[in-house]
Write a protein that binds this ligand. Structure first.
Ligand SMILES: [Cu+2]
Length: 232
């Protein structure tokens, strides 16, 4: 059975494994609770009584499930700890540094200009509905995530990538995509009336196609600048 969309992220499998681990624990807990609730139905009917909970025979119905849940939590925490550190705390050296800005209602992409540095005056901002964010395959892509107005959440299912965009903050995240193709970027935060219009795309390309895209982007930007200057 396929639960997830394709995984094209270097750390996607770790996230999926954690999901399965949690799924196994909650399924077991669910089954045990349902069975425990059904057993009295098929037993001979006894008169209802008030339990004070001070005797072990009563207390065990609280203590045993609680202990089991606490143990499962610790197992999940122990497994998750390394994953969290690798994905959330250690941002690798960027091969490409780009910006994503959420606004009502579109994802705005910011590419570094020809100086190859983000947050400088020659950055190129692409704010078009359903536009594509171009990135090279098998490279560390580091992203500055911002929000212009309200909360948004950048979600790229094939990368197991999800990060809330918070007004006033810049949050750094990263990924490495392993397979060229066109994938969806969604917003998973109800951010207003036209929230569902925030459907853009991620174009993962090989190095040559990516370089071609960049040089075309620089070219277009130059032409735009020239036309603005001459119209003044
Ligand atoms: Cu939204």
């Amino acid at each position: 059975m396929k639960i997830f969309p394709d995984n094209i992220s270097t750390y996607g499998q770790e996230i999926d494994d954690l999901f399965y681990l949690i799924l196994i624990f909650v399924s077991i807990a669910f089954l045990i609770s349902i069975i425990a609730l059904l057993i009295p139905l098929f037993r001979k009917r006894e008169k209802a009584a008030y339990f004070t909970g001070d005797k072990w025979v009563h207390l065990k119905w609280v203590a045993l499930p609680l202990t089991l849940l606490a143990i499962s939590d610790f197992i999940i925490l122990a497994k998750e700890h390394g994953t969290w550190a690798r994905i959330e705390e250690q941002i690798p050296q960027a091969d490409v540094h780009i910006g994503i800005i959420g606004r009502q209602w579109n994802w705005v992409f910011v590419y570094p200009g020809q100086d190859n540095e983000l947050n400088t005056s020659d950055d190129i901002v692409v704010d078009e509905q359903n536009s594509e964010l171009h990135v090279p395959v098998n490279k560390n892509i580091v992203i500055d995530i911002r929000a212009k107005d309200v909360l948004h959440t950048v979600t790229i299912p094939v990368l197991r990538f999800k990060q809330m965009a918070i007004p006033g903050r810049t949050i750094m995240k990263w990924f490495q995509a392993t397979k060229p193709g066109k994938y969806e970027i969604q917003c998973s935060e109800i951010c207003g009336l036209l929230h569902s219009r925030m459907r853009n795309f991620l174009a993962v390309e090989d190095e040559n196609d990516y370089k071609k895209f960049l040089s075309e982007l620089y070219q277009q930007n130059k032409q735009l600048e020239n036309s603005l200057v001459s119209s003044k």
